[in-house]
Design a protein. Structure first.
Length: 197
């Protein structure tokens, strides 16, 4: 119960960041970001959220825990608290996940992680680009992509990477209202249209 009050209190302390607080996920992400900033743990929380997101993508059980309305809040809370040390999550993220479970809001986790990344990037003076690839990008590819986007946009870029096998190959980069679609799926569709002529 104490943790829930701790996070509610932090909602009131964090300024409205460009309308992010309009959504439920935005309010939770803003509260988490405020705590991480105040405790100088933004990087640790970011790493924990990356770990959690990767674990969720690889574990159907974790996805079910986060998304199933059939799992009670109490059971979800117990499972999350047991999982936190196993994944090596930092204490702020661990407490935050417990609050999400207790409040029945684990299904908001994906949106919370995305919004937290945006807040952290803004705080660091970066902009965020959403990158979709058919296969996971390795560290070297991410570094090259960041350098290319920095030269194009004139500032550091944080990458929000997603994997979608349906694009077949290549990448799709979204930054604000701009999109660069270099996917094989789009190239094949364009070729098919051209051949219909």
């Amino acid at each position: 119960m104490h943790e829930a009050y701790f996070f509610v209190w932090s909602f009131e302390r964090v300024e409205n960041s460009g309308g992010i607080q309009a959504s439920l996920a935005g309010r939770y992400a803003t509260a988490l970001f405020g705590l991480a900033r105040d405790e100088k743990q933004i990087d640790a929380v970011t790493r924990s959220l990356d770990t959690l997101e990767k674990a969720a993508s690889e574990s159907p059980d974790l996805r079910a825990l986060a998304g199933s309305p059939l799992i009670s809040r109490a059971n979800a809370g117990k499972a999350i608290r047991a999982l936190t040390p196993t994944l090596g999550l930092d204490p702020i993220t661990g407490r935050f996940l417990g609050v999400l479970a207790d409040n029945g809001r684990l299904r908001e986790l994906k949106a919370i992680i995305k919004t937290f990344r945006q807040l952290a990037a803004n705080y660091r003076g970066e902009t965020t680009a959403e990158v979709t690839s058919a296969f996971p990008l390795d560290d070297e590819q991410v570094l090259k992509l960041k350098a290319s986007l920095k030269s194009r946009l004139g500032r550091d870029v944080a990458i929000d990477a997603k994997v979608d096998p349906e694009i077949l190959g290549g990448i799709i980069v979204r930054h604000g209202s701009q999109m660069i679609d270099a996917s094989i799926r789009t190239k094949l569709n364009t070729l098919a249209l051209a051949m219909k002529g």
